[in-house]
Design a protein around this ligand. Structure first.
Ligand code: NOJ
Length: 753
């Protein structure tokens, strides 16, 4: 600290920095600091290293730990990632603050994706809640814990729209819809960053992966992305724009190339759109090694050219490519890169550090007592439990097996995930204590106070799963199956917990098959043969193709990877203490052949169905999803009536519907509004979500729900990237999912801005 103050004291204008300013005047402070920085120090701010004992990507070999240390001391590092806990963070911060010439504090980044120590459901699960307040609160809890542990920057939210369940990272996003995805992006940014970045408990957010990563061809991670202009403007970019509007401080480049140009060196994405049209004033970090990967893409010949292209395109910080720290100085000195680009990047980074309050107190996130108190505290676990409950989607309950009776029913619990305390945590749980989730077995036993009859039935994996390594699925050992079948035979109801191991989704974990992995299908059919009264609880990180189950199993609850409190939330839902209200944020396919599958597809010139074969369809599979976007049941029933639409004098379109809870239990329903712009100069999807409201209704209660549609909802981006509204006929649906609801249409001739 002394070193920092000494460094600042030699700079007259900077003496004020140690006193917390009433009115932040960061621009002036940033300029003052910049004016005394050497070129090397400036480039140092643009350099981000991985911590030295935690690796979330391929371990770099070209720099030794010693060199990293030396670079920190000489002011050649602006940020580090994956350094966990106040003790470690403080150690590193002290190093830079006391030993480097200017003592500019480091910013500490970490993948706080769905929680830090207390994990909420995976983001795809959170999205299924359609509850923006709950999602915001969940991000707030994550920020609270992470900031207490020394972090001030999360690499979240991932706002990549994806239509491909094969892609392992769909677990990290909000699903297939740009409208829902945009609102969730905003909620998560608000949650992480709060109102004031400098207050303790908030951290910088990062909208990633900019852009197009979710459109990897054939769902294979890191694969080529080649999409049309209309999709870029109307589907891929809106959630990023929403994050930017919500004030997100940082963006992260994506690994993919977009139409032939890697995103990290993509002028159009970064300069024209993000920093140009949107006037984004935060900074952009590359993804891990994505600057140097431009060589493998075939876009640059070496790391030097990669540094040049990336900085020119607008990537401000280099995560683990060593390209900036190695080549930028020479690129500037040889006149190939204008120092103005460096200054601009450094200003953005320094600005963020000022906003975080790091110049006031570089150790403000390093309070060990706060860390001890906040991490894993009861209120965080309660919030995680609430989020878990809200994320679950009841997919089927034909014979009303659910809710279960607490007494007098003989239950058998079967399945390899039923006692798994790790898979519910998913793959992105960097700071979580592994194997710490409440399992379904624990949840149900605690809930009923009784010991359950339980059998795994099979082992799902045959190796010890690890973060960076692949997973081996058991495809041969059926030795435990007969025990499970006997248990099922004697039970009234069988609860089966099946799905994906937590390490089967996430980065680098694309799948070519979307069924239940390993021997689970065989186990399910064997159990079904002796007792068809099955409640299937699914735990998975992506939509699954579970056609057999959908046709045969009477009750199915989608629980996703539900986080630390998952087993308790599942038990509460199974026993009817919580009435499920989640709705799918992504379509479930019937088979892999349907993927990419999304409700908001285009009509084509040959929509169907038709009697002959000459329409857009499969000859061996329906076009319909197994479960559509927006779908989810409740233990009660809702009836929609009286859809009314009128264009008001404002002019806006006013839509209302009456919804009634016709069942015998209170419940929440997500009332969804979809439109179709029938004729447009750039064709529009057959349906688009443009509004939703989540309402709680008591048994028998009815309520009128209203929506207002403006140019924002009825307009679209043309191929020049302009947002326009074209008068014409619009269809409107209001209902319980993208595949159901009341329908009407109207002509809209004028809408104000
Ligand atoms: C690579 C991932 O793509 C990105 O999402 C993550 O934030 C970084 N690694 C850092 O761990």
């Amino acid at each position: 600290m002394r070193k920092l103050i000494c460094a600042l004291l030699v700079l007259p204008v900077l003496t004020v920095i140690t006193v917390k300013a009433q009115q932040p005047d960061y621009d002036r402070k940033v300029d003052s600091l910049l004016s005394v920085m050497t070129l090397e120090e400036k480039i140092g701010q643009m350099n981000q290293y991985n911590g030295f004992w935690d690796v979330t990507g391929p371990v770099p070999t070209e720099k030794s730990t010693k060199e990293k240390y030396d670079n920190i001391i000489s002011g050649k590092v602006g940020s580090v990632l994956n350094v966990l806990g106040t003790k470690e963070v403080r150690k590193l911060q002290e190093l830079v603050v006391t030993k480097s010439r200017l003592g500019i504090p480091l910013v500490f980044g970490f993948d706080v994706i769905h929680g830090y120590r207390t994990l909420t459901p995976i983001p795809l699960g959170e999205a299924a809640s359609w509850d923006l307040d709950a999602i915001e609160k969940s991000a707030r809890i994550a920020a609270l814990e992470a900031s207490a542990a020394g972090q001030n920057w999360t690499f979240a939210p991932m706002v990549d729209v994806s239509r491909d369940a094969r892609w392992g990272r769909v677990m990290e996003g909000a699903g297939e819809d740009p409208y829902l995805g945009s609102l969730i992006a905003k909620a998560r940014v608000r949650g992480f960053q709060g109102e004031d970045l400098s207050s303790s408990g908030t951290i910088m957010a990062c909208a990633k992966h900019y852009a197009g990563y979710g459109f990897a061809e054939s769902g294979k991670d890191y694969n080529t992305v080649d999409v049309g202009t209309s999709t870029i403007f109307n589907v891929i970019l809106p959630p990023f724009r929403a994050a930017e509007e919500a004030g997100v401080k940082t963006f992260m480049n994506s690994f993919n190339e977009l139409n032939g140009v890697p995103a990290t060196g993509n002028n159009f994405l970064l300069r024209t759109i993000l920093k140009g049209e949107w006037d984004f004033d935060g900074f952009v970090v590359s993804d891990w090694g994505s600057i140097s990967e431009m060589k493998a893409h075939g876009f640059v010949k070496d790391n030097r050219e990669a540094a040049e292209k990336a900085v020119k395109a607008g990537c401000d910080m280099d995560m683990e490519s060593y390209a900036y720290i190695t080549y930028l100085k020479d690129l500037v000195e040889s006149g190939q890169v204008d120092v103005k680009l460096i200054d601009d990047a450094v200003k953005r980074i320094l600005h963020a550090k000022f906003e975080l309050g790091l110049f006031d107190d570089p150790y403000k996130y390093c309070n060990a007592e706060r860390e001890k108190k906040i991490i894993g505290q009861e209120s965080n676990r309660k919030a995680a439990l609430d989020m878990s409950r809200k994320s679950m989607v009841l997919l089927k309950n034909d014979e009303l097996l659910l809710p279960l009776n607490k007494e007098g029913v003989k239950i058998a619990l079967i399945g390899p995930l039923a006692d798994d305390k790790d898979s519910p945590l998913g793959n992105w749980g960097g700071a979580v204590v592994r194997n710490s989730a409440i399992s379904v077995l624990e949840g149900m036993e605690r809930y009923t106070g009784n010991q359950l009859r339980f059998s795994k039935g099979i082992q799902l994996v045959s190796n010890e799963p690890a973060f960076a390594a692949g997973i081996s699925i058991n495809a041969t050992d059926t030795s435990m199956m007969s025990e499970a079948v006997s248990l099922a035979r004697e039970a009234d109801i069988v609860v089966m917990v099946l799905g994906e191991h937590g390490m089967q989704s996430g980065e680098g974990r694309s799948r070519a098959f979307l069924g239940l992995p390993g021997l689970q299908q065989q186990l399910m059919e064997a159990v079904y043969a002796v007792n068809p009264n099955i409640v299937l609880v699914l735990m998975n990180g992506r939509p699954l193709a579970i056609r057999w189950a959908a046709e045969n199993i009477p009750s199915i609850l989608e629980a996703w990877q539900p986080g630390s409190m998952g087993g308790q939330a599942i038990a509460e839902i199974l026993y009817g203490d919580y009435n499920p209200s989640g709705k799918l944020p992504m379509s479930f396919p019937r088979s892999v052949g349907q993927v990419p599958l999304y409700y908001n597809h285009k009509s084509t010139g040959r929509p169907g169905p038709k009697k002959d074969v000459y329409w857009s369809h499969y000859i061996d599979q329906s076009n319909d999803p197994l479960f559509p976007f927006g779908f989810g049941l409740s233990y009660t029933d809702f009836k929609y009536t009286n859809l009314q639409v009128k264009a008001t004098s404002t002019p806006e379109v006013f839509v209302s519907v009456v919804i009634q809870n016709t069942g015998e239990m209170s419940g929440e329903e997500v009332v969804q509004l979809y439109i179709r712009d029938e004729v447009a100069s750039v064709t529009r999807p057959v349906k688009e979500l443009k509004g939703f409201k989540k309402v709680m209704l008591k048994a028998g209660e009815s309520r009128k729900i209203s929506f207002i549609l403006t140019k924002n909802e009825l307009g679209f981006y043309n191929n020049e990237g302009e947002f326009i509204f074209e008068p014409g006929d619009f269809e409107i649906w209001v209902g319980p999912s993208s595949a159901d609801g009341l329908h009407t249409s109207l002509f809209v001739d004028r809408l104000d801005d």
